[in-house]
Write a protein that binds this ligand. Structure first.
Ligand code: UDP
Length: 200
């Protein structure tokens, strides 16, 4: 199984992103080694399947969060939760209008199990939660759920930061016995907040 990524769609100009979309990826930027590395890995999986008959699965994992993420992870959910719990400003990159669709870890794990059981060799499958929201909305939601006094500190937007990301999970739902994400955003964030309360 290849843990591939929504990053193979780059900064998508099509939304939501279905598996048939080839992506909009910069070959020469700060995210390129990750994005192109994952794209090359998909190609290798394709060829090992076609040439040597290796039984492969490819999962394109969209933004996932939950308890046990590293405090030092640097991604948006751990950063915002820690900052909110410490009542320090949330570091929001850009104007916060860029979107992400956040998937709770348990939904990803159940999706992976289904893919290993029912997935089709080689066929890439998106696993994510289509609950798209702006990063500003996420910041405000975390401030509210933590009952924090934090404000928002606007930072510059990193180069090639995707403007939108939203999984089309039609294929996953069709192939994987009706799998679909079960955990709503507030429920998942509250569980994650409890974890960070005990770990920082
Ligand atoms: N982000 C932010 N503040 C942070 C960390 C991330 O505003 O402290 C933004 C980041 O610029 C991006 C979004 O949140 O627009 C998601 O970032 P993350 O690194 O979690 O995931 P990715 O960009 O790989 O989807």
């Amino acid at each position: 199984m290849l843990a591939s990524t929504s990053e193979i769609y780059g900064d998508p100009i099509v939304s939501p992103q279905s598996e048939s979309y080839f992506g909009n990826v910069n070959t020469n930027g700060p995210r390129s080694c990750y994005d192109e590395g994952k794209r090359a890995a998909e190609t290798l999986f394709h060829d090992y399947n076609k040439v040597y008959g290796v039984d492969t699965r490819i999962i394109r994992i969209f933004n996932t969060y939950g308890p046990y993420m590293s405090v030092e992870d640097g991604r948006v959910v751990p950063n915002f939760i820690q900052q909110a719990l410490k009542n320090i400003p949330l570091t929001l990159n850009g104007d916060g209008k860029q979107t992400r669709s956040l998937q709770y870890i348990d939904d990803l794990i159940s999706g992976i199990n289904y893919v290993m059981k029912d997935g089709i060799p080689h066929t890439p499958i998106n696993l994510g939660n289509p609950n798209e929201m702006s990063i500003l909305e996420l910041a405000n939601r975390i401030i509210k759920l933590t009952k924090s006094n934090s404000t928002i500190s606007y930072q510059s937007l990193p180069k090639d930061d995707p403007k939108q990301r939203n999984p089309d999970i039609t294929l996953a739902k069709r192939l994987l016995c009706g799998w679909h994400p079960l955990i709503k955003i507030d429920e998942g964030l509250l569980k994650t907040i409890e974890f960070f309360k005990s770990s920082i």
